[in-house]
Design a binder for this molecule. Structure first.
Ligand code: AMP
Ligand code: ZN
Length: 467
């Protein structure tokens, strides 16, 4: 792709405004996105930040050059939910071994899911358990600088110590006062906390729980410190973009920002904070108790949702039909709309021949306007309508749609031809029941038969993929 000069504008949660993006160092544009806690299959809500920030990663690579962008997405592999799952699923194994099984299996599943969604691998996917030394070092710095204090085997961050010009800075990202945060958080206030909003950097582990030796005894890190330590290690003390779902703005990102700025004495952690809106399913909050909880794997590999499997490309397009900051209602109707649109494109597969320089500028303009993917998709549709296939292919590729998601439907042409021959034989033998059954079975696989007669008056059956 050509290195375009479109101006990129991004909405920044920190300033509550859309502004022009200027990288700190255009030779190394740096983005950090909070990744999964690996204890269970990722659900379709988790897919949203993965897809949204993949689109941004691709756009940054297009604008600044692929080798000038570093994208870090962490893997949280130490967490109490992981411990609980390990004890439940592998009761006969030592806990640490059981934990490794849970995190390895879940991570492998996650990587396969997001690959199917057309996402590029981030530049680095650091694991929390491989950065414990960095976390301990950062906590030590925070204690030394008077921003954290050990208490009762824990180390806590002192939120009121985070000040600028005498004013408390904690809460500026999510725009909450300490009082509001306290009212909203309903945290159980441990007696050893100086302020109820002080949060855990380190906590003690029982002998059975995973733990590491530290100046404060054997224990494990809190969740927030992971991202501060790993982003510093892989991106530096300050970087360009920090992303995640809107639920992470408070307290997770507020805490990350406080830790990093206090540890490094910097005026910022990231220039731009980006948050995707929430996803609900068929009009309701997704929850196991609602019976509308859908994993990425359910959609890709089973017919639990809408009675069919959905190719990753269809899920990706369905997600991008809504602007990333808006809430999404994920539904069968939405998936069908995405499927129809994509199958229209793929009914002219010659479009994939276009060369990569031809990315359509109206699509680039839309993406450069705070990732306006609905406008980009409308522009794609326009290219399709006017038959500009030279631009359609490269533009689709640039958005992460690289292969025909319906190709699997027509995988075994020979089997279809054999079934047609068998049906013809059945018809000739007046075995209409068998003939109808074969026709119905093919239809179930998405193969529609068409009967016609040739000049000699013989039956000729052709077929097409029903999309
Ligand atoms: P978690 O594993 O819960 O920490 O979530 C991983 C990522 O998925 C975070 O960026 C969350 O903000 C995001 N996420 C979780 N649930 C949803 C949802 N229903 N809609 C959109 N994003 C979500
Ligand atoms: Zn994080």
């Amino acid at each position: 792709m050509a290195s375009g000069k479109a101006t990129l504008k991004l909405y920044n949660t920190l300033t509550r405004a859309k502004g022009e993006f200027t990288p700190l160092d255009p030779a190394n544009v740096r983005m950090y996105v909070c990744g999964p806690t690996v204890y269970d299959f990722a659900h379709i809500g988790n897919a949203r930040p993965v897809i949204v920030f993949d689109v941004l990663f691709r756009l940054l690579r297009h604008l600044y050059g692929a080798e000038h962008v570093t994208y870090v997405r962490n893997i949280t592999d130490v967490d109490d939910k992981i411990n609980a799952r390990a004890a439940r699923d592998y009761p006969d194994l030592p806990l640490n071994e059981a934990i490794r099984k849970v995190t390895e299996t879940t991570n492998a599943q996650f990587q396969a899911d997001v690959k199917a969604l057309g996402c590029l691998e981030p530049t680095v996917q650091p694991r929390a358990t491989e950065h414990i030394a960095e976390m301990i070092a950062m906590i030590t710095t925070l204690v030394d600088k008077g921003h954290a204090y050990p208490a009762d085997g824990h180390v806590l961050f002192d939120v009121k110590s985070f000040r600028s010009n005498g004013e408390v800075e904690y809460g500026k990202l999510s725009r909450r006062s300490l009082d509001e945060m306290l009212a909203g958080a309903r945290v159980e206030v441990a007696p050893y906390k100086r302020d109820p909003m002080d949060f855990v950097l380190w906590k003690p582990s029982t002998p059975e729980e995973p733990g590491w030796d530290s100046p404060w005894g054997r224990g494990r890190p809190g969740w927030h410190i992971e991202c501060s330590a790993m982003s510093e290690k892989h991106l530096g003390e300050v970087f360009d973009i920090h992303g995640g779902g809107i639920d992470l703005a408070f307290p997770h990102h507020e805490n990350e920002l406080a830790q990093s700025r206090c540890a490094h004495d910097t005026a910022m952690m990231a220039q731009v904070w980006m948050h995707n809106g929430f996803l609900q399913v068929e009009g309701r909050k997704m929850a196991k108790s609602e019976g509308n909880f859908v994993t990425i794997s359910d959609l890709l590999n089973t017919d639990k949702f809408g009675g069919r499997k959905w190719p990753g490309e269809v899920l990706r397009l369905a997600m991008l039909m809504t602007h990333y900051r808006e809430p999404i209602d994920f539904s069968v109707a939405r998936l069908e709309e995405a499927r129809n649109l994509l199958s229209g494109f793929w009914s002219h597969p010659e479009f994939m021949e276009g060369n990569d320089e031809a990315v359509e500028c109206s699509v680039l303009d839309a993406l450069s306007d705070d990732l306006n993917t609905p406008r980009a998709i409308a522009a794609l549709h326009q290219l399709y309508k006017v038959g500009d296939f030279r631009s359609l292919g490269p533009t689709l590729r640039a958005l992460g749609f690289a292969k025909d998601p319906f190709a699997a439907d027509v995988a075994d042409v020979q089997a279809v031809d054999a079934a047609i021959a068998a049906r013809l034989a059945a018809l000739n033998a007046k075995d209409f029941a068998t003939a109808d059954r074969i026709r119905a079975e093919l239809l179930e696989q998405g193969i529609q038969l068409k009967d016609a007669k040739n000049e000699a008056g013989e039956r000729v059956t052709t077929w097409e993929v029903k999309r």
